[in-house]
Design a protein around this ligand. Structure first.
Ligand code: AMP
Ligand code: MN
Ligand code: MN
Length: 361
């Protein structure tokens, strides 16, 4: 498929909301499960707050409805990042190697494309039915049933609606999962998609008795001393290219496995790093390369508004949203940086949008 066709798909997907037919099919997939039907929940590799929170919140909802047997999993190393280790519903988690090989129903959370399913991709073919719950405009609709709402601030928005339609009670544990998901993807209710509906959902969740200050401190504002020192090293090598991206500016850095080793830190420690880079006033576009293996990097990209970084990420084999996207890159740091610069030069900048100095709020 050409880049042009891929971009057309992104544009088409962005316009579409789940239809009543799709909601009805999703409801039926759950309510018409065979007795003792096995349900496998999967979220994306390297799970973030939305992936884990949406999956575990929905899993707890299914459990309350009496759905068993039930498993939750994600591809890759079965390691839950430290900040999420008190999330309700973690007892549903199994390593990918132990996930039902042929579930009756597989449900995917916050997964834009099958590449984010890793080794678990075979479960899609072997499952009796598959349901995709997501909010990425770049979602390829790889399920048999797809509930994809590109206007939703988080996958947990779609999850809350489906739980409501299923008649599942919104208790404090479910609410905590969905709140962590919503707070993660809205940047703690700071990003543009923080609509009145988002605050209304947050109000419903908080009304179950959640303590937002305690949750934020645990999830977003706590990191080991070694991580603080690691950030110091990695931020010290940040590069600013003020003339790049049609003069809107580009800022970037990279973190190696050796950096992690030196400070005794796990890879997930680097997930919030992009937030310390994207704040650079002189650049619309930012990215961070996080080394995964010898010549393999997880790339996080952000824009303040003038650049569609999902176009760059999709063109380079990944996905995401207009202002937050990512992909896996192969080669040396200069190779990857050159590939991103080249893709940014292919029309990712939207001349109708303002640059960083005008709208970085
Ligand atoms: P991150 O920079 O990891 O926070 O990701 C930003 C956005 O890009 C999220 O919506 C991710 O789902 C998406 N994303 C990140 N990496 C990939 C990838 N390798 N493939 C597809 N989407 C990705
Ligand atoms: Mn995610
Ligand atoms: Mn999400």
């Amino acid at each position: 498929m050409t880049g042009g066709a891929l971009l057309a798909d992104v544009a088409t997907a962005a316009a579409a909301q789940p239809t009543e037919t799709e909601w009805a099919a999703a409801l039926a997939a759950v309510t018409e499960l065979p007795t003792d039907g096995r349900v496998l929940l999967i979220c994306h590799v390297n799970p973030d707050g939305d992936a884990l929170g949406s999956m575990l919140g929905f899993g707890l909802g299914l459990r309350r409805l009496g759905v068993r047997p039930l498993q939750a999993t994600f591809p890759g190393r079965p390691e839950v990042p430290e900040p999420f280790r008190t999330m309700p519903g973690l007892d549903l988690l199994v390593p990918a190697s132990e996930a039902y090989p042929d579930p009756d129903l597989v449900i995917c959370f916050d997964i834009a494309a099958v590449s984010r399913l890793g080794d678990l991709v075979d479960r899609l073919d072997r499952a009796g039915a598959s349901l995709v719950l997501d909010h990425h405009a770049s979602n390829t609709r790889f399920g048999r049933i797809n509930l994809v709402d590109p206007d939703a601030a988080a996958t947990s928005v779609v999850v809350e609606q489906l739980l409501d339609r299923l008649g599942a009670p919104l208790d404090r544990e479910i609410a905590e999962c969905l709140y962590i998901a919503l707070a993660t993807d809205t940047g703690s209710f700071r990003f543009d998609m923080t609509t009145p509906a988002v605050h209304e959902m947050a109000a419903r969740l908080l009304a179950t008795g959640l303590r937002p200050g305690e949750i934020s401190r645990r999830i977003f504002d706590t990191r080991p001393y070694g991580a603080v020192r690691l950030y110091g090293d990695v931020l010290a090598r940040t590069q600013l290219e003020p003339l790049a991206v049609d003069g809107l500016g580009l800022v970037w850095t990279y973190a190696t496995l050796e950096d992690l080793d030196r400070h005794g830190q796990r890879p997930y420690t680097l997930e919030p790093l992009i937030d310390s880079v994207r704040c650079t006033a002189e650049a619309d576009v930012s990215f961070v390369l996080k080394q995964v293996a010898e010549a393999e990097w997880a790339v996080s990209m952000r824009s303040k508004g003038a650049t569609d970084v999902s176009r760059v990420a999709v063109a380079l084999g990944g996905g995401g949203h207009r202002l937050a996207a990512g992909f896996t890159a192969y080669g040396s740091v200069p190779d990857v940086v050159d590939a991103i610069r080249a893709e940014l030069g292919r029309g990712a900048v939207d001349p109708g949008q303002t640059g960083p100095n005008l709208q970085d709020q």
